[in-house]
Design a protein around this ligand. Structure first.
Ligand SMILES: [Zn+2]
Length: 264
């Protein structure tokens, strides 16, 4: 299937990254899959195997927060499978390469659709987790987030120490609006961004879909890292047809070389 080697595109992508003013990355399920987390949809997907969850998950939570918490604490079926996989998963070289790009000052922000905490575990700090983070608990009133282990579950549903509001998993449910603070952060980052690395996502789901498009519309460069072609491909300056776990470390290493040469 692979005709031209994707390696030949690394130099071009690295040059774009190295000369950009403000680089942002957007990641999705492809990166998690490489850490052994099954996708939701597609072959082997949790929902493909077990059926789609109800589309009104958030409304169900609001109608019965206590029942929703009991289910969360004693998951069954696909949720248990997902939960156990999340707890075992480790960051892969793609996660670590993005953390290294941030560490050296190149990557300014990482927008992810993944909830698995692997970017944080790899060392990324400037993160916008559009769909939340499964290790965190969030107040549905004031938006305050708490580490899961800091929240007492003696009484369900747990309440916010700041405002008394009901606490819910930070993971965004079906039917739940994307938390306003994260969405605002994403729009601001996309506004500043002149080079976006889109890795492991076809970015077809709102709101992620519109960030690369807005970067492109303002004249910024898009770099796609994805084994598969996507709707974004025609807009990209460079498309690297490879798994993120292979291509991102190469890209990060090449950017570091270019920067050393530039400073020499
Ligand atoms: Zn609160």
């Amino acid at each position: 299937m692979v005709t031209a080697s994707w390696e030949s595109f690394i130099d071009e992508a690295a040059a774009l990254v190295a000369r950009a003013r403000y680089v942002v990355a957007l990641t999705g399920a492809g990166l998690s899959v490489e850490s052994g987390i099954p996708p939701f949809r597609g072959p082997g997907g949790l929902w493909t195997k077990h059926g789609e969850p109800p589309m009104n998950g958030y409304q169900r939570f609001l109608a019965d927060p206590q029942g929703a918490w009991r289910e969360r604490l004693n998951p069954s079926g696909p949720m248990r499978e997902l939960w156990e996989t999340l707890q075992r998963a480790q960051p892969n070289p793609g996660h670590r390469a993005l953390a290294a790009l941030e560490e050296c000052g190149v990557l300014r922000c990482l927008i992810t659709q993944n909830v698995d905490d692997l970017h944080r575990a790899a060392g990324s700090r400037r993160l916008a987790e559009i769909h939340g983070n499964y290790t965190l608990i969030r107040c549905i009133e004031c938006g305050q987030r708490y580490p899961g282990e800091a929240v007492s579950l003696d009484e369900l549903p747990p309440r916010c120490a700041a405002c008394g509001g009901i606490l819910k998993s930070d993971t965004v449910s079906f039917g739940e609006p994307i938390p306003a603070d994260v969405l605002q952060q994403c729009f601001e980052e996309a506004e500043r961004c002149d080079c976006m690395i889109v890795a492991g996502t076809s970015a077809t789901v709102y709101p992620a879909a519109q960030f690369p498009i807005s970067v492109r519309e303002r004249g910024g460069a898009l770099i796609e890292i994805n084994p598969y072609e996507s709707e974004l491909t025609p807009l990209c300056a460079v498309s690297i047809r490879a798994p993120a776990g292979e291509a991102l470390p190469r890209l990060s290493a090449r950017v570091a070389e270019l920067r050393r040469a530039g400073h020499a």
